[in-house]
Design a protein around this ligand. Structure first.
Ligand code: SF4
Ligand code: SF4
Length: 69
């Protein structure tokens, strides 16, 4: 399995939160990840080499925008 992000549903677009203007301060997938595999850049990026398939990011996402599939 790999982490896949649905960039249509994801609220982080073009380096900013389009949901609440939190600038990434809200607790989402990036903060939930225990290995630092996710990063807020222009879009959310996944480092597959760091991912351990734990599913914490999926549970943390309130927008149903990330899956382990
Ligand atoms: S599955 Fe776990 S390790 Fe992989 S990106 Fe999500 S939170 Fe991080
Ligand atoms: S928690 Fe969900 S909506 Fe928020 S940045 Fe991560 S994938 Fe996108």
């Amino acid at each position: 399995m790999t982490v896949k992000i649905d960039y249509e549903k994801c609220c982080w677009k073009d380096g900013a939160c389009t949901s609440c203007s939190c600038k990434g301060a809200c607790k989402g997938c990036v903060e939930a990840c225990p290995t630092g595999a996710l990063e807020r850049k222009k879009m959310i990026e996944v480092d597959d080499d760091k991912c351990i398939d734990c599913g914490a990011c999926v549970a943390a996402c309130e927008h149903d925008a990330i899956c382990l599939c």
